[in-house]
Design a protein around this ligand. Sequence first.
Ligand code: CO8
Length: 250
Amino acid sequence: MPNFINVSVSNGVATVALNRPAAMNALCRELNLELLEAIRAVSTERVLILTGGPKVFAAGADVAAMRDATPLEAYQTSEIGHLVHDTLESLPIPTIAAVNGFALGGGCELAMACDFRIAGESASFALPEVGLGVIPGAGGAKRLIQLVGLSLAREMILLGRRLSGPEAFQAGLCNKCVADSDVIGEASDMAQKLCKRPAVALGLAKRAINASDDSPEIEKLLFSLAFASPDQKEGMSALLEKRKPVFKHE
Ligand code: CO8
């Protein structure tokens, strides 16, 4: 049984909840290892919702554990962060971060590694690392630039600017901002919509999005691979026959 996360699955929707309330879900090594195992384990479900619960998403890497780290230990912290976030990003199923409260440092980086972010109004997104004498260490700078652009990313990283839920939505960091009490419900609604869509095409589209910086050959191959799924024939036939598709997700 994991100590710092809870995992549940219902009708193909996996929910992984960070559960280290005494330290505001600070991402210690053990929590990261549990998260890695859980993410891999739910990769055969249809959708993953990642949440920190109703109060806080995650207040970053564990500063208490990091303060006296040697450069080599710090490298290992960054390495595990990259591994968890890259695994999350490359999962074959869509992922949704349901964010209430603080998403700071590594917590903000973790949310950014998900495909979608639903924020509560009192959410707070920031990369405060420079103020602690370090820098974002789990791929956050690159993901932030992709989401909000270089100008705002510089403000957040170099000046420590925080974004509230509504500001994060306006900036494109979040897909939706809702009342705090509606965050999980909104994430579940999105998960239900995703479950209705053909799983094979979703997985291929996600890979194509992640590989959009790479050679166009990858997109050509992923596009052609979609034609190996019966859902391609069904989706196109349904359109031509003016009926609703019935997908097999195979
Ligand atoms: N690490 C360890 N413990 C933490 C952290 C943290 N990041 N954040 C909060 N806590 C602990 C506090 O020490 C406190 O513990 P205790 O009750 O034992 O004293 C408890 O959580 C509650 O915190 P506060 O009393 O401070 O609560 P407040 O409501 O006053 O403040 C804040 C909440 C604003 C979130 C404040 O705790 C804070 O600023 N925390 C640090 C935020 C931060 O700077 N995060 C960035 C860390 S660096 C980082 O993430 C680098 C990422 C590198 C790669 C990641 C790989 C995984």
